[in-house]
Ligand binder design. Structure first.
Ligand code: CA
Length: 224
């Protein structure tokens, strides 16, 4: 998982970054709204963790700007303003979650994981790319209404990719989607699941391609 952390208090930022990195989260840290806006546009992030009181303004005001520029990563507000009114304002302001300081890193981690389980596109149960349809409710891939036989890990990889058609999905995100925490992951295991998935999609002429993006991950997109 890779997150953008907007936090202006150096000590808080450093403690948090260390604690998250120990839990295998990649943290890009910025301290101003302006830097956060620039970094978020550059992305891709699995989540944005934003403070509210910042030297150049209110973190909440950044949310509509991010959404307008099509940054659709889930947003968690992290702040000392933890009163009921503040939490309501945060959620109404477009945040996906709100955590008041002080908090335990374990709770932040759990909330970040929960946010990964409900990507925006899951609100629609079916996603169509090329001739491929994925039905999240029945957890089934179809090409021209014919079910595609996939092994469990091929299916999990496809779910992670098709939620973000045309956009790179980080290798770490794919690994988190495909493997359980305690699975041993061979260095080429993910690539072999993806190459089998790619072959199965090609065999039925699904009208999509899975592209490897060097040092980053993979993306799935329609072939035109
Ligand atoms: Ca602050």
């Amino acid at each position: 998982m890779r997150i953008l952390l907007l936090e202006d208090e150096p000590e808080m930022a450093s403690v948090l970054k260390t604690a998250l990195e120990r839990r295998h989260v990649i943290v890009d840290h910025v301290s101003t709204i302006a830097d956060a806006e620039a970094a978020a546009a550059f992305g891709p992030y699995d989540a944005l963790v934003l403070d509210r009181r910042l030297p150049d303004g209110e973190g909440l005001d950044l949310i509509p700007k991010l959404r307008a520029s099509r940054v659709d990563a889930p947003i968690l507000m992290l702040t000392a303003l933890g009163g009921l009114g503040d939490r309501v304002a945060g959620l109404d302001g477009g945040a996906d979650d709100y955590l008041a300081k002080p908090f335990a890193v374990e709770e932040l981690m759990a909330r970040l994981r929960a946010l990964q389980r409900r990507p925006a596109t899951l609100r629609s149960e079916r996603i169509v790319v090329g001739r491929l349809t994925y039905d999240f409710h029945h957890r089934e891939a179809m090409v021209d209404e014919r079910p595609l036989e996939l092994l469990r890990r091929e299916q999990l990889a496809l779910e992670a990719l098709i939620r973000r058609p045309g956009r790179a999905v980080l290798r770490s995100t794919l690994e988190e989607s495909v493997y359980a925490m305690d699975d041993e992951i061979g260095s080429n295991a993910l690539d072999s699941h993806l190459s089998r998935l790619r072959r199965k999609l090609d065999e039925v002429d699904a009208g999509v391609e899975i592209r490897a993006i060097r040092n980053l991950g993979y993306l799935l997109r329609a072939v035109t």
